[in-house]
Design a protein around this ligand. Structure first.
Ligand code: VAH
Length: 315
């Protein structure tokens, strides 16, 4: 049985459905701190209200469903974390600490994602290596590096089966992202369909790694199933599918919506966050150790994203 925290978030709401399709509805316990979100997640299988800062309640849910794996997604993202750094530290670190303690006590497996945000301005920006300097300049990034080190510590010291990936920006049409810096690459598709134009808060020429959600979901289930004897790394694997800057995604959208126009109103806070992150990751370790292999590039993602969004938005 798998418990997913942050089950109503951008990744969680699609991951729960993805895992229920693989392992069966009753084997995936979705959870979140509230109940306003995707009805198919809440009513399509077990759902529990879980506040990851409440280790006792989380432990009771683990017992109730005989959980053997936790996928811990509940966290505050980069931009929202800069607005409330103390809260980001509290949720991202104490929430993870609780999940690690429960995993140690109950001998659970624990998957929790890191991010390209775990790198900083003095990290090599192009083809960022799997093992390199990590001095992020956002609170979110600090919690991601600390989280990686804590998960590796629990693996080495207590044998807890911890695994994770450094996600790039994730693009999806089901649930909007909650307060990230890469979110522009999601909003551009919504505005292209609904307004025929988009004003980007990230400046032209700003390259960031990105990935279509179906590839992200496959990364999680593939790493979860990976043969542990082949894992040289654990927390956390660089993975990416593409790297682009705003002009490139706009040009791709224009192939489908010829009159689409984009202009800029750069948000200095999110621009400075984006500037501190890599331009492109080297994900060879993930490819070698557990067969990572994304299916979508900018062109195939754009085609699918626009089709699915048009249907969802009734356009
Ligand atoms: C964010 N989408 O922008 C998240 C992610 C790599 C970016 O961590 O904060």
């Amino acid at each position: 049985k798998i418990l997913v925290t942050g089950g109503l978030g951008q990744i969680g709401s699609e991951l729960v459905i993805h895992l229920r399709n693989i392992y069966g509805d009753d084997n995936i316990v979705a959870s979140d701190i509230h109940k306003n979100g995707d009805e198919s997640v809440i009513y399509g299988g077990p759902f529990e209200i879980v506040d990851v800062l409440d280790g006792k309640k989380t432990s009771e849910v683990v017992s109730k469903y005989n959980v053997d794996t936790i996928i811990h997604l509940a966290a505050l993202l980069s931009a929202v974390g800069e607005k409330n750094p103390a809260r980001a530290w509290d949720i991202n670190m104490n929430g993870l600490f609780n999940m690690l303690e429960i995993s140690k006590e109950r001998k659970l497996s624990l998957f929790t994602p890191s991010s390209i945000a775990a790198f900083g301005p003095d990290t090599p920006a192009d083809n960022t290596p799997q093992d390199t300097i990590q001095r992020p300049t956002t609170m979110y990034g600090v919690t991601k590096v600390a989280g990686e080190l804590l998960c590796d510590y629990y693996f080495k010291k207590y044998g807890v089966d911890t695994r994770g990936v450094r996600f790039p920006g994730l693009i999806s049409y089901q649930t909007l992202p909650g307060g990230g810096t890469t979110d522009y690459a999601v909003h551009i598709y919504y505005d292209a369909i609904q307004k025929g134009r988009y004003t980007s808060y990230i400046d032209k020429g700003t390259y960031m790694d990105m990935m279509y959600m179906p590839d992200a979901l496959n990364a999680i289930s593939t790493l979860l199933e990976a043969d542990p004897s082949k894992l040289i790394h654990r927390n956390a694997f660089n993975i990416t599918a593409m790297s682009f800057e705003p002009e490139q995604i706009a040009a791709e959208i224009k192939k489908h919506i010829p009159n689409f126009e984009m202009d800029y109103n750069v948000d200095s806070v999110r621009q400075s966050i984006a500037n501190s992150w890599p331009n492109s990751l080297d994900d060879s370790a993930a490819r070698e150790e557990w067969g990572w292999n994304p299916k979508y590039d900018l062109s195939s993602m754009t085609k699918d994203m626009l089709e699915k969004l048009r249907t969802r938005l009734g356009k």
